[in-house]
Design a protein around this ligand. Structure first.
Ligand code: 5GP
Length: 212
């Protein structure tokens, strides 16, 4: 940490919520406003979908490459979801933090736990809650391509995700997206001021003391 030439160490903003509560919108709003905040790019063994770009949406790798990456401990966390493997590469994250830039992780509570275990001092975790079950259901019903069965499945998943809200440093109730965004911004700017993240302070304080 101390030999970095940057004025601050970046942070890892881990955002979780049940689907439909707004974490993706909030993450996007944060990236639109702050150019030094970017999503972590995962590696996956699945094929790219139309419009997906290598290195932007995912790092697309084959099975044996993924297995080698597991063996070399290249992932902060990884999981098998349906038939494919997904993982968060460690090196890219560490480089960004050392470069004084922040990384967002849009992950569920298990991913959040695993990332926290690996880099506890760098993680700031935020749970986004819906204002009510009704509001959540309405948001899920309004999604393009939604059907009653899908909504029912997501509602069950939502309750399961919400149960883990106590594991997070911060919680935001997303009743009004603009208010929720202001609260998220407040968390980001406050956490950036944490003494241990402000690498430029050591030489500054030393200079202040030397001048006396
Ligand atoms: P999709 O294939 O639709 O892009 O993603 C499928 C699922 O994999 C989603 O639930 C997504 O959150 C999850 N996923 C994507 N990247 C990662 C990752 O790096 N780690 C874990 N644990 N899950 C991921």
């Amino acid at each position: 940490m101390s030999n970095s030439t940057h004025s601050r160490r970046g942070l890892m903003l881990v955002i979780s919520s049940p689907s439909g509560a707004g974490k993706t919108t909030l993450s996007r709003m944060l990236m639109d406003k702050y150019e030094d905040v970017r999503l972590s790019v995962s590696a996956t063994t699945r094929d790219p979908r139309p419009g997906e770009e290598e290195g932007v949406h995912y790092q697309f790798v084959d099975h044996s490459t993924f297995e080698t990456m597991i063996e070399k401990r290249a992932f902060l966390e990884w999981a098998k979801v349906f038939d494919h493997f997904y993982g968060t590469p460690r090196k890219a994250v560490e480089e960004r933090l050392e470069d004084g830039k922040d990384v967002i992780f849009d992950v569920d509570w298990q991913g959040a736990d695993a990332i926290h275990d690996q880099m506890p001092n760098d993680v700031v975790s935020v749970f986004v809650l819906p204002p009510s079950i009704d509001a959540l259901q309405k948001r899920l019903e309004a999604r393009p391509g939604s059907d009653p069965e899908k909504v029912e499945r997501r509602m069950a998943g939502a309750r399961n995700e919400i149960r883990h809200w106590r594991r997070y440093d911060y919680a935001i109730v997303n009743e009004d997206i603009e208010v929720a965004f202001k609260e998220l911004e407040g968390i980001l700017t406050t956490e950036r001021q944490k003494r241990l993240r402000q690498l430029r302070l050591e030489p500054l304080v030393q200079a202040l003391l030397d001048e006396g």
